[in-house]
Design a protein around this ligand. Structure first.
Ligand code: PBG
Length: 298
């Protein structure tokens, strides 16, 4: 393993000089754009592979307008980071749940998330990130057809070389709990089971990866990581593209909580979990442990 194998998720908030601790994920913080730039300097110095940005907008609405505004929180952060640290790889999470007043990943029509109406938001959101300088866009919403819709929009605007990292095998998981505090994105009614996958269904995961690749995904992701090592391995054996895994918030928080109680050795748990995810076949890992792991690897 080397530091470049890891991608650190960052949560960007409006304002200045803000480093607001995320209580369930110590020592992760929500960062204002200026603080994120400082953070990225350190990330670059540590040799970490890059960052994935999540945005919390000034205000939320039914139309998720903050998710695809050219001056939205994520495009502002991208421009500021690229100005100061141009060669740090920036991936952006493309989704709507942080931007909708109801917390769902898509447009609500007749009380339910409407797949096709949401595709327009996603294509526009991805384009706004790429125009600001994002290197890779990563749709995490799980609407059907989103990779194709984003690919088409980027190509039409001349961004034919910008890769798409598809959250292809993304399960309706309890392990996203702490993230929803970090990103303020908990659904206000219902859950995400109509668009995220059933944890019992491994075959569907391979099918989703296949479909995303057909639609033009350049790399794929399995998420969460540790409870789904079998699927990382199956994907590695079947698909000849870069494969990532997301060690999600709950996986991180469990280790940190146990460590803070003196019940587990934090460093060894970090190393063992990340080693297992690599062993299963992930080429790179999105993890909140990116900084301590990079420090350890020197
Ligand atoms: C947005 C999104 C989520 C995560 C990444 N992108 C939350 C969700 O789907 O509910 C979870 C990441 C984590 O738990 O660390 N849709």
């Amino acid at each position: 393993m080397e530091p470049a194998d890891f991608i650190l998720p960052l949560f960007i908030v409006p304002g200045e000089g803000i480093r607001k601790p995320i209580s369930s994920m110590p020592p992760q913080c929500q960062l204002s754009v200026d603080a994120a730039v400082e953070e990225c300097r350190e990330i670059k110095d540590l040799g970490i592979g890059g960052v994935i940005l999540f945005g919390l907008p000034e205000s939320k609405d039914d139309e998720a307008s903050g998710a695809y505004a050219d001056d939205g929180i994520v495009p502002r952060a991208i421009r500021a980071i690229k100005r100061e640290i141009p060669d740090l790889l920036i991936i952006t999470d493309v989704c709507n749940c942080e931007y909708t007043s109801h917390g769902h990943c898509g447009k609500i029509v007749n009380g339910d998330v409407d797949n096709d109406a949401t595709l327009e938001w996603l294509a526009a959101g991805a384009l706004s990130h790429v125009k600001a300088g994002a290197d890779i866009v990563a749709p995490s919403d799980m609407m059907d057809g989103r990779v194709g819709a984003i690919r088409k929009r980027l190509d039409e605007n001349g961004y034919t070389n910008t890769p798409i990292l598809a959250y292809s095998a993304k399960f309706a998981s309890v392990f996203y709990g702490p993230f929803r505090e970090a990103a303020d994105s908990a659904p206000q009614f219902g859950d995400r089971r109509s668009y995220q996958m059933d944890p019992a269904n491994g075959r569907e995961a391979m099918k989703e990866i296949e479909l995303d690749l057909e639609e033009g995904a350049d790399m794929i992701m399995v998420k969460p990581a540790l409870p789904y090592l079998d699927l990382i391995r199956q994907a590695r054996d079947r698909f000849d593209v870069p494969i990532s895994a997301y060690q999600v918030s709950g996986e991180y928080s469990m280790i940190m909580a146990a460590a803070q109680n003196g019940w587990i050795d934090e460093e060894r748990a970090m190393i063992e979990s990340l080693t297992s995810i690599r062993r299963a076949g992930a080429d790179f890992i999105l993890t909140y442990f990116a900084k301590p792991m990079a420090r350890l690897l020197g």
